[in-house]
Design a protein around this ligand. Structure first.
Ligand code: NCD
Length: 315
């Protein structure tokens, strides 16, 4: 595997290999000195055309824990805002010797274009492309589910997951649907009809418009942010009505079976899709998702850049 562009074309074997490697590397994150020399001398560029907190910091931490040199490039304040094309930016990064480019872009398919352009030789990792995919988020979500429900072993067969909210605009939902399906989980998407993609019936999911009837039957519930910035129309009558039908609050969380987990990729709209009490409550694994993200991204960079495990530093 040279690039990680989507989970749609990620085999079960490769997905499990990433999860197992992340598990192994998580020991590094628990040490006092959080560093392996594996990617010493390699350059990882974070090329972000869209805002991000968690994903960018997480990739930066992951690359640094593997001793790579990290260059953070945000489109704001760069020549991109002067109209420089992706091609010219890519050629600049090539000239600087980038070994991996982690890219977030507002256009669906941008990571595929960069990887298949011939402009660069670097490995490309998709950190979110428009409404399309966000593969490392799905991998960290699968890691978190596997950790809680499968003791880090095997696939996710038999695990029932609900993905709730703004499915239409969510690359996180799309990447999760493909990966969870590959790993054998059963996925139900729950949303008002206006927030589901037109082609939802072609996805390997069950569809429901009624959150209350689904919550009693799932092992994990993933709440999604209402993506106001991508909405140019009215998709629901009011925020209040949305929250009352599709928000996960203290009352609704009681419907979950014992041991079920509550997830959110962030950033959260507390009080809309999830109440503050639930976000900070005992079923919530939201903060853990963030720390697992670093381990999963370390695994991705490690596997794609072919780091040698023999170089592991002993302490
Ligand atoms: C998501 C994204 O940017 O796709 N956030 C993330 O990466 N953790 C989801 C969102 O913006 O709601």
């Amino acid at each position: 595997m040279k690039h990680l562009l989507s989970t749609h074309d990620l085999s079960k074997e490769n997905a499990l290999n990433i999860l197992d490697t992340a598990r192994m590397l998580s020991d590094v994150s628990d040490r006092t000195i959080r560093k392996l020399p594996t990617l010493r001398g390699r350059t990882v560029v974070n090329l972000f055309y869209e805002d991000s907190t968690r994903t960018r910091i997480s990739f930066e931490a992951a690359a640094k824990r593997l001793s790579a040199d990290v260059i953070n490039f945000s489109a704001k304040g760069s020549s991109v805002s002067k109209g420089e094309s992706l091609k010219d930016t890519a050629l600049t990064l090539k000239a600087m010797g980038a070994d991996a480019i982690v890219m977030r872009h507002h256009a669906s398919g941008a990571a595929h274009i960069l990887a298949n352009s011939g402009w660069i030789d670097a490995t490309v990792v998709n950190a979110g492309d428009g409404l399309h995919e966000h593969p490392t988020q799905a991998l960290l979500d699968a890691y978190t589910i596997r950790h809680h429900l499968r003791a880090n072993e095997g696939d996710l067969s038999g695990v029932r997951v609900a993905i709730v909210g703004d499915i239409l605009h969510s690359r996180v939902a799309r990447s999760n649907i493909w990966l969870l399906n590959t790993l054998g989980a059963h996925v139900t998407v729950v949303a008002p009809p206006t927030l589901l993609p037109v082609a939802v019936n072609s996805l390997p999911v069950e569809v429901s418009y009624d959150l209350d009837s689904v919550l009693g039957k799932v092992d994990a519930v993933m709440m999604l942010r209402i993506q106001h910035e991508r909405m140019h129309d009215a998709y629901f009558p009011s925020i209040r009505e949305y929250a009352s039908r599709y928000g996960l609050d203290k009352g609704r969380v009681q419907l979950l079976p014992q041991g079920s987990i509550v997830m959110h990729p962030g950033p959260m709209n507390r009080g809309i899709e999830i109440s503050a009490e639930v976000a900070d409550g005992e079923n919530s694994v939201i903060v853990e998702q963030v720390s697992n993200g670093v381990n999963v991204r370390m695994a991705v960079l490690y596997l794609l850049l072919g780091g040698a495990i023999e170089g592991e530093e002993k302490q």
